[in-house]
Design a protein around this ligand. Structure first.
Ligand SMILES: Nc1ncnc2c1ncn2[C@@H]1O[C@H](COP(=O)(O)OP(=O)(O)OP(=O)(O)O)[C@@H](O)[C@H]1O
Ligand SMILES: [Mg+2]
Length: 374
């Protein structure tokens, strides 16, 4: 049984209104109301108001076309069932009506209330199916858009990742060059002096002279060489990180950084055990980059470092009282960021299953939360 309750007839002849009304009353089922408009203009307004759940549209509306009316309604997203009424039926009328978006057509004078009911039911089913198709199409389009967005996001992430890797390799090269230069400049020089000293001592000893002064100065040289070696080794990788762990390595950081940066360090180190080596390394590198960023960008006076462990895992918090920053999570499409420090931190942490969160307020400082599950 047709579900239509509020029905609108668009027809320029009142007799059609009376006929259709009579037939509808003969169809059993719920109460139905039939409204009637006679002109194209009134019909457009009534359809736009979308107050009816079923439409009959005469194919000819004076000088205007009922099919145009339907076309416009469909273009505006009105998906309600619409039946075209025509003076005579033909294949051509059928095709034209379907093309305009009508769901069925009826030939005036050639239907009774039984055919009317059945045609209305078919039109309703047809309209529902089309509306469902429409809905799925919109969904599919949305999914396609989302996929496209996701693909673009991934492409950017991949570009950034390869940029980070490239940078890591470059950094390693630069680091090797620096170490080679330092070895050459400082240790090389000291060792040459040592050699000259040894030659002199050999000569003096052969001549039976006094060598005590030379030996003492050479001893001074070896002390310097040993200090140099120690400093270089610390910079390359603090052995304390391997020997005594992350917590001890962090404890030594203020002594390294304070004189160079003037920053005041507050440490709160509460680990009660060593962490797996990969996690200690990752957190240490994150901390190094965080401190470098604070020195370079924050104009801070104090820096707080918290290292602790709870049931969720280990947590490293680095906070400064500097100028803060604007956090934009996603770089604009197509433009991988040129700043790789924060990305590198995230990358290192994700390799050990960890995450990085940043909180920052302009002129109130920045806090980094690095978390790693254990
Ligand atoms: N502690 C901080 N306080 C204020 N601004 C910061 C802080 N840390 C980072 N920033 C801002 O975030 C930006 C991104 O930092 P990131 O470490 O990713 O890149 P970078 O330091 O500029 O360059 P690099 O790739 O050499 O590390 C910085 O340019 C800076 O503007
Ligand atoms: Mg940086």
């Amino acid at each position: 049984m047709t579900a239509a309750r509020r029905i609108l007839l668009v027809d320029d002849a009142e007799i059609e209104f009376l006929t259709l009304g009579r037939m509808l009353r003969r169809i059993p089922g719920p109460d139905r109301s039939l409204d009637w408009v006679a002109s194209y203009g009134e019909a457009s307004a009534a359809i736009a108001a979308d107050a009816h759940d079923f439409y009959f549209v005469d194919i000819r509306l004076g000088p205007e076309s009922g099919l145009d009316l339907i076309r416009v309604a469909r273009a505006h997203g009105i998906l309600k069932p619409m039946i075209v009424l025509t003076g005579f039926g033909s294949d051509a009328v059928d095709r034209a009506a379907t093309a305009a978006g009508a769901n069925e057509y009826l030939v005036k004078g050639e239907f009774d209330h039984v055919l009317l009911e059945r045609t209305m039911r078919y039109a309703e089913r047809n309209a529902q199916a089309l509306a469902e198709l429409d809905r799925r199409l919109i969904e599919t389009e949305a999914t396609a858009r989302q996929l496209k967005h996701e693909t673009e996001r991934r492409a950017i992430a991949e570009t950034e990742l390869s940029e980070v890797l490239r940078r890591v390799v470059n950094d390693q090269e630069a680091e090797r060059r620096r170490i080679a230069r330092e070895l050459h400049d400082s240790l090389g020089q000291s060792l040459t002096l040592l050699q000259l000293g040894l030659d002199a001592v050999t000569r003096a000893a052969a001549a039976g002279g006094d060598i005590a002064g030379d030996v003492a100065s050479m001893k001074g040289l070896t002390v310097r060489i040993s200090e140099e070696l120690h400093r270089l080794a610390w910079e390359i990788r603090p052995t304390v990180l391997d020997d005594l762990g992350l917590q001890e390595a962090i404890r030594q950081i203020p002594a390294e950084w304070q004189p160079r940066s003037g920053l005041h360090f507050d440490l709160h180190l509460a680990l009660e055990r060593r962490l797996p080596a990969a996690i200690e390394s990752a957190l240490y590198r994150v901390l190094q980059e965080a401190i470098t960023n604070i020195v370079r960008h924050a104009a801070a006076r104090r820096i707080g470092i918290i290292l602790e462990e709870d049931h969720d895992g280990a947590r490293l918090i680095v906070e400064d009282d500097g100028r803060g920053m604007v956090i934009d999570e996603a770089p604009p499409a197509g433009s991988p960021s040129r700043h790789l420090g924060l990305l590198g931190m995230r990358e290192r942490l994700s390799l050990v299953g960890g995450t990085l969160e940043i909180e920052s307020m302009l002129d109130r400082g920045t806090t980094l939360f690095a978390r790693v599950p254990l």
